[in-house]
Design a protein around this ligand. Structure first.
Ligand SMILES: Nc1nc2c(c(=O)[nH]1)N=C([C@H](O)[C@H](O)COP(=O)(O)OP(=O)(O)OP(=O)(O)O)CN2
Ligand SMILES: [Zn+2]
Length: 127
């Protein structure tokens, strides 16, 4: 099995209730996002997939849907708190859909890490 990882980042704002009192105030983070994909075999070029194709999918989701947004107002988080855990789940599902649609290789998103600071990160492992 091979695994590749790409990174990107986005700025977003949110408010969280029932997490920590200071989190109830509107505030922002510069999230760093790491996405890992895995697959069993290399293609004829000797790669699992082109890093560029994976970055493109990740950036499409992160830049297109999340960057410079007030996350609580996004329909994808309607009725939910936009925690780092849920951000990681959202990115994993959207990136998987784009990879399935656009890449010939059979790849699985294996992990998404959403770092909301240098010290704190939520990691999601899709089933
Ligand atoms: N499991 C989670 N815990 C928390 C989340 C989260 O998404 N998942 N989010 C927050 C808030 O976003 C909060 O803004 C960050 O809180 P915290 O890390 O405690 O605050 P600081 O960045 O100021 O870090 P300090 O180390 O306290 O200075 C909270 N928890
Ligand atoms: Zn926060």
């Amino acid at each position: 099995m091979f695994e590749l990882k790409v990174k990107t980042r986005f700025a977003g704002a949110h408010r969280l209730t029932m997490v920590g009192q200071k989190c109830e105030n509107l505030h922002g983070h510069n999230w760093q996002v790491e996405v890992c994909v895995k697959g069993p075999k290399l293609n004829d070029a000797g790669v699992l997939a082109d890093f560029g194709d994976i970055k493109k999918a990740v950036r499409q989701v992160v830049d297109g849907d999340l960057d410079h947004k007030y996350l609580n107002e996004l329909s994808v988080f309607e009725g939910m708190q936009p925690t780092s855990e849920r951000i990681a789940v959202y990115i994993a599902r959207q990136v998987q859909a784009l990879l399935d649609e656009n890449l010939p290789e059979k790849l699985q998103v294996s992990r998404v890490m959403a770092w909301e600071s240098e010290d704190a990160c939520a990691i999601y492992y899709p089933d």
